[in-house]
Design a protein around this ligand. Structure first.
Ligand SMILES: *Cc1c(COP(=O)(O)O)cnc(C)c1O
Length: 391
């Protein structure tokens, strides 16, 4: 057998036997997967306004895929404009920031220490595009924006953009309050919903995102049902046109048609099942937090724990930089997968039909205590059945 088919097959078999609690991951339906692996995966399609035609032949169906995906995206997220070709959440951030921030202007974003995205920190996107990033004041203990300090920071930095969204993301913002402050200073409100895009689609997180932000965008594969990619939304035509200019031959060239077809499938699944899925994800993380806490596992933010798909783990051993790595490895030996940064996620298990959070908390805690629960985990994982798709 081809070496790569062999590795992929081993990986697939392995993944069937484990319970995945990584907050940035999800599973695709067989339909979405089929689109991704179709003939479209090696085709080009590029509509050129100058010649009022595609630059490539044989693109009739691919053009339909793109247009129907755009239409469905706007419908599911309730915006006038949607951009569905972006290759990821990070690329979407590049497209958006390039379109609205000029050199030497300022942005505010949540710091990495408060759970913000690394890409917005000095040394990454700000350095590439020659703008300045300042810390958006945030109260980590309650996971809320520090509005008292924000006013002062707005005065001193006059940011072009207030960039919201986090990689460690538990609670929606008081977005109306941010909008009011942004308006006082003529700033734009941009919302990076990478982690929570599926919850937003299912109206279980930040329901007012389209109302109070100028632009929002996010990854298609964290809480959303898609393959890896990005979606960008706005109601503002002028902003939309600027973003469009920063796509082809600037931030990317071809957009991977098969991937867009797969995202179209994910959008139709979200349209039909998104509400049920997203509310179950949030309910499951709340329940899992409560059960873990009751069993003495160091989950943060008692008594509310989470309003998203994530739970955050408290650091107990101050001098051990590998605490989360060790914990993750210990769980992995038992077939339970979490990242090495102190997050637990409930998106994938919820899609896989797992709702018994008491049992799950029991397996996590027993693994941490050194018990071998591998066979039990495997038994559960092998019997899971994916839901929220047409099959
Ligand atoms: C994951 C993440 C990104 C990057 O998304 P990709 O799809 O991996 O490019 C950007 N912003 C935030 C807040 C994220 O959590």
């Amino acid at each position: 057998m081809n070496r790569f088919l062999e590795l992929v097959s081993k990986h697939d078999q392995y993944r069937k036997k484990v319970i995945n609690l990584q907050a940035s991951e999800n599973v695709m339906s067989p339909d979405a997967l089929k689109c991704l692996g179709s003939d479209m995966a090696s085709r080009y399609s590029l509509y050129e306004p100058a010649i009022k035609s595609d630059a490539y032949g044989g693109t009739g169906y691919s053009e339909e895929v793109l247009h129907e995906t755009e239409k469905l995206a706007s419908e599911v997220f309730g915006t006038r404009f949607s951009e569905v070709r972006s290759l990821g959440g990070h690329i979407s951030a590049e497209m958006v920031l390039l379109s609205i921030v000029k050199k030497k202007e300022n942005i505010l974003s949540i710091s990495e220490a408060d759970g913000g995205y690394t890409g917005y920190q000095t040394g990454y996107l700000p350095e590439m595009f020659c703008f300045q990033n300042y810390r958006l004041p945030y109260k980590k203990e309650v996971q809320e924006i520090d509005f008292e300090k924000l006013d002062r920071v707005m005065k001193s930095t006059k940011p072009k953009v207030i960039m919201l969204g986090q990689s460690f993301f538990l609670k929606p913002y008081d977005l109306k309050h941010v909008r009011d402050i942004a308006d006082d200073y003529d700033s734009m409100v941009v919302y990076d919903a990478s982690h929570v895009l599926g919850l937003v689609a299912g109206k279980a997180f930040q329901e007012d995102i389209a109302k109070y932000s100028d632009i929002f965008f996010g990854s298609t594969h964290k809480t959303f049902f898609g393959p890896q990619g990005g979606l960008i939304f706005t109601d503002n035509e002028e902003i939309y046109n600027r973003i469009e200019k920063n796509i082809t031959w600037r931030t990317m060239d071809n957009y991977h048609i098969s991937r867009v077809a797969s995202i179209g499938t994910a959008l139709s699944e979200m349209k039909q099942f998104g509400k049920e899925y997203a509310s179950s994800v949030v309910a499951n993380s709340g329940k899992l937090g409560k059960f873990l806490h009751e069993k003495g596992f160091p989950v943060l933010y008692d008594p509310w724990f989470s309003y998203s798909h994530q739970l955050h783990i408290a650091k107990k051993e101050k001098d051990n930089p590998n605490e989360f790595l060790d914990m993750s490895r210990k769980l992995e030996k038992n077939g339970i997968i979490i990242d090495r940064e102190g997050r637990i996620g409930t998106a994938e298990i919820t899609r896989m039909g797992m709702d018994d959070m008491e049992k799950l908390s029991d397996l996590i805690v027993r693994s941490i205590q050194g018990e071998n629960v591998r066979a039990e985990v495997e038994g559960i994982a092998l019997n899971l059945k994916m839901r929220y798709w047409m099959g």
